[in-house]
Design a protein around this ligand. Structure first.
Ligand code: TYD
Length: 205
């Protein structure tokens, strides 16, 4: 691979991002690509604090939470994403700044639109592709509950606003591919692969 590839998975809670990311990683590795899998919030200090507060409370004030997501992302991009891309790797990331745009703009207390949150990321490298795994909120919630991982983020009305924000972002940005994630995992994986394959041909050309 002559240059790196930056692929981002987005979607509401329960959309199946992490299993699709792992499937894509396996497929890319089998095709001979060097792959780095990342996630935001990260396992670094800021990301760990975000996860801990979401799990144990008390909830972070919205502005503080936004600042932590941004700091976590700056560290992730500088320390992991950019070096891997420079080394020609395929970086597969579970969530990026589109999640901040969708989730933090869904919190009325913050008073920011998705576009305003995106504009806080002028410094951030753009991915080659954003795979939006889209499904109805009820289905997402059902899957999350079944996994027994309910937390403060997973409230229904919030998820509806988040989904709406993701769809609005996708409608305006040609980097997005909306993938119907309400189908069997194999079918979703095939749709993901169809979206990614043209980029591999470009990279290898
Ligand atoms: P995620 O890693 O998808 O959850 P899990 O720990 O279950 O794998 O993300 C954790 C939560 O953080 C999720 O509800 C989405 C939210 N989030 C934001 O609100 N803003 C952000 O910028 C990011 C990256 C995540």
């Amino acid at each position: 691979m002559s240059k790196g590839l930056f692929l981002v998975f987005e979607g509401i809670d329960g959309a199946g991002k992490s299993s699709q990311l792992q499937r894509l990683a396996a497929r890319l590795r089998a095709a001979g690509h060097e792959v780095l899998c990342l996630r935001e919030p990260t396992d670094g200090p800021c990301g760990a604090e975000i996860r801990r507060r979401a799990r144990e409370g008390p909830p972070l004030p919205p502005q503080e939470e936004l600042d932590l997501f941004l700091q976590d992302r700056r560290e992730n991009v500088a320390e992991r994403v950019l070096p891997a891309l420079a080394a020609g790797k395929a970086v597969l990331q579970d969530r990026y700044f589109y999640s901040t745009a969708a989730y933090q703009a869904a919190r009325p207390e913050l008073g920011l639109s998705p576009a305003e949150v995106v504009s806080l990321h002028a410094w951030a490298p753009l991915p080659d592709l954003v795979l939006l795994l889209d499904l109805p909120v009820d289905e997402g919630l059902r899957r999350v509950v079944r996994r027994g991982r309910g937390d403060a983020f997973e409230e229904r009305a919030l998820q509806e606003r988040v989904r709406k924000n993701f769809l609005a972002l996708a409608a305006r940005d040609p980097r997005f591919r909306r993938i119907d994630a309400g189908r069997p995992e194999e079918e979703v994986a095939a749709a993901v692969w169809d979206a990614v394959r043209p980029l591999l041909e470009e990279v290898q050309a």
